[in-house]
Ligand binder design. Sequence first.
Ligand code: NDP
Length: 452
Amino acid sequence: MSKFDFDLFVIGAGSGGVRAARIAAGHGARVGICESSRVGGTCVIRGCVPKKLLSYASHFAEEFEDAKGYGWEVGETRFSWPRLIENKNREIDRLNQVYLRLLDDSGVTLFPVHGTLLDSHQVQLGEDIISAEKILIATGGHPWVPDIPGAEHSITSDEAFHLESLPGRVIVVGGGFIACEFAGIFNGLGSEVVQAYRGDQILRSFDQDVRDTLAGEMEKKGIEIRLKTNITELTRHADGQITARFEDGSELQADTVMYATGRVPNVRSLGLHAAGVHALPGGTIPVDEYSRTNLPNIFAVGDVTNRVNLTPVALMEGHAFADSEFGGNPRPVNHDFIPSAVFSHPPVSTVGYTEEEAAVHYGKLDIYKSVFTPMKHTLSGREEKTMMKLLVQASSGKVVGMHVVGMDAPEIVQGFAVAIKSGLTKQQFDDTTGIHPTAAEELVTMRLPVQG
Ligand code: NDP
């Protein structure tokens, strides 16, 4: 009999933690897990899932307009934010229950409290102390807001999901995933949106063509993108209005100012110091490719490790950890060619390297690019373009980057990601028959490089 209460104790029941707990239990381990918020984590409770539901909601305005070109007379439409939020909350409650049931069915013991490490084997859970042979930290992260005067008047994505009413005028601060997604959501639902970003173009770290195309399309939809700017102060007035003052002294009034300026690891009151777990100054817990921290029995997965902060990556890391430690199948996590999407309007999806990075890694490139009007918009009359780009290593013919901005981009790129991760060549793309008429067929019919 083990001298520990559990073979594995997981701190944090989000995507990575729950996956690891269930897989380890399936391998026969005695597993406990704690969670101080709701089981399901950022993605399910206040991230990917509710965000996508809001994104669907905000697309309808354009659908109603586009329908006219197809012969439909759409009557007067009205939108109810409270009803959307109520329905969204019901779906999140359902998913939360699914997660609870999954844990229960796998025999994992849940402690609905905050966990604090007391040493490398003991965890304080409220009044209780448990011991575990191995511990997995999967505590995720939370939004970070710059410390400016009046920052307390702003919200983050956490609060955006629970606003009482749709703001008439919103300033979204940041140029990353969350800022672009929420700018599209608020704009689609009818808010007036200004997106303020400190850099010279939104979506830094994405391919330049993606950045420029998306910014252009967002502006066509009525989002005002202000670049190379920072808010220096927020003031709230008696009527609830907020004045944002910018670096150049200009001011803007808004009902809501939402910061999407990055996320930081959840390590407060985690007891890392007491246990001897090494963390970087911002809280990131560094790990190796087996998700091992500096201590032999303590591991970490997901956003708290700040590798690639995406739910499917946390799932992959949690699964690989459980197989390695409890399934007799040690396997490292491979972070190459991870596809991702920004659910902006229109969406962006990408796998592999940007043009700049690919040139550094692969030398001479053949670049294929296509910008076209999606078929749907021939009759809708909407001025929206799709941009597709393939980056091919000239010497080997390997496709090393794919970038799509436009309708259905994430659905398209997910399938192609298998081919790119498998190292297929442009010739193999060319040998594949297109499905007609689709936008995706463009990716197997691009014949002439634009440069190379
Ligand atoms: P990002 O890292 O994507 O973007 C943060 C933005 O805030 C950047 O534009 C950054 O500018 C800006 N910023 C940072 N610090 C400051 C500052 N002091 N003043 C002004 N601007 C600042 O973070 P998000 O918050 O958008 O999202 C967090 C993570 O969550 C993402 O990286 C992603 O991994 C994940 N996510 C994934 C989604 C998906 O898969 N669809 C959706 C949402 C989130 P700069 O570029 O100049 O540094």
